[in-house]
Design a protein around this ligand. Structure first.
Ligand SMILES: Nc1nc2c(ncn2[C@@H]2O[C@H](COP(=O)(O)OP(=O)(O)O)[C@@H](O)[C@H]2O)c(=O)[nH]1
Ligand SMILES: [Mg+2]
Length: 381
């Protein structure tokens, strides 16, 4: 069986936490029978105050299991992920209610995820979670006591854990798939709104066809940015990115707007010919200049190249036609290479240096950018 599973333990944990509360479970139970109800109805059924109920409803909407529509002055709720709800109920036919509590814990979910990958010893769990042996022991004991996992007693000193009840595995598999799909959708929505924001060109022409040049050193992330604006969110696509040779156009249509992103190679040989001949940039509305903030050793070269391009445009008398955006790229949120304060320091210094290169009357804006891809993995059994 080919199964796509996301490793999103935190989100899975929040999902089960949302289900672990008796009032919220009651809300779901009622909605599973009545299909749609207003918050007022739910207040009456659960005998809870309006503010309590609305907090519970918000949480269930946030994790994606409930949906609502506004009907005049009130909200009407329904179960959005009814398949998942049914799978969860099926799980609870064979297991106690407390199973849901068991699954709303990061350490225990990570242990379960390890077993799913056939990494089934305490040592595997310690490695995955970074938790101590006693903590792992305590949690495996709890999972065993609830009959979620079990192990062979005769199997020497090394315990190998496995699932005791396939319904749990089904439920978790379905929940993670659901959460993965929701995350993909969110990323796509973000990337769509980002298109307009990123590629927006002042004083739009008729018809609305824009040309945008994306430039910078090789490996700065130019092609990845173009791909992400095209709405490609799968990490595999980014790993496959080969160095661009020459110039590669990417077409993007967004409503009435058509954009052509000219992805210029940043390899040395091509850079010098491009900087020396700016006729490549005729008809371009906007230049996005990408600098890899993490590639500190090549910042001088990156600034030199930018200076050359600006110098050429200035001497051809066309500089004022261009909007220039500088992207400080690979500003990864949790970068292991550079910490946040160092990153800020680097960016401040780059802004200073570029401001000196930029001449008066030039339209130049600075942005921090990063591509956050969905972490997913494939299991082939
Ligand atoms: N850490 C990090 N890596 C990135 C980011 N964007 C792109 N990359 C990686 O940077 C490398 C170079 O990207 P690519 O788009 O080929 O750069 P180009 O040569 O400028 O077109 C690839 O391995 C990308 O996966 C980002 O925001 N953060
Ligand atoms: Mg490229």
């Amino acid at each position: 069986m080919l199964m796509r599973v996301c490793m999103i333990v935190d989100e899975t944990c929040s999902f089960f936490k949302a289900l672990a509360d008796p009032t919220r479970r009651k809300i779901l139970e009622v909605l599973s029978e009545k299909v749609v109800l207003s918050s007022k109805d739910l207040e009456e059924i659960t005998h809870k105050s309006q503010s309590t109920i609305s907090q519970h409803l918000k949480l269930l909407v946030d994790v994606g299991i409930l949906d609502f529509r506004q009907d005049h002055w009130q909200k009407i709720y329904s179960i959005k992920a009814s398949d998942i709800y049914r799978t969860l109920m099926k799980m609870l036919e064979t297991l106690p209610e407390s199973t849901v509590d068991m699954l709303s814990d990061n350490t225990r979910l990570s242990i379960i995820d390890c077993i799913r990958e056939n990494k089934n010893t305490s040592r595997d769990f310690q490695e995955r979670t970074g938790k101590t042996a006693p903590t792992i022991h305590e949690n495996t004991e709890k999972l065993c006591a609830e009959h979620i996992i079990e192990y062979d007693k005769e199997n020497g000193r090394l315990k190998r854990f496995r699932f005791a009840n396939p319904a749990v595995l089904d439920a978790i598999g379905e929940v993670t798939q659901f959460l993965c799909a929701a995350r993909d959708q969110r990323n796509e929505a973000v990337s769509r709104s980002t298109i307009k924001d990123t590629l927006f060109v002042e004083s739009p022409k008729q018809p609305l066809k824009h040309r945008i040049a994306i430039m910078g050193l090789d490996n700065a992330g130019k092609t990845s940015i173009a791909l992400s604006l095209k709405g490609i969110t799968a990490i595999g696509e980014y790993q496959k990115v080969a160095p661009t040779t020459g110039m590669q156009p990417h077409g993007i249509v967004d409503g009435d707007d058509e954009y052509t992103i000219l992805d210029f190679s940043g390899q040395e040989a091509y850079r010098s010919s491009l900087a020396g001949n700016v006729s490549h940039l005729v008809g371009v509305d906007k230049i996005i200049y990408v600098i890899d903030v993490q590639d500190v050793g090549r910042h001088d070269v990156a600034l030199e190249y930018l200076q050359e391009v600006i110098g050429q445009l200035k001497s051809s008398g066309t500089l004022s036609q261009y909007q220039v955006n500088v992207f400080f790229h690979k500003c990864d949120k949790d970068s292991e290479v550079i910490n946040a304060s160092k990153m800020n320091e680097i960016i401040e210094s780059l802004v200073d240096q570029i401001s000196q290169i930029a001449t008066d009357g030039m339209r130049i804006d600075f942005y921090e950018t990063a591509i956050a891809t969905v972490f997913s993995k494939k299991k082939l059994n």
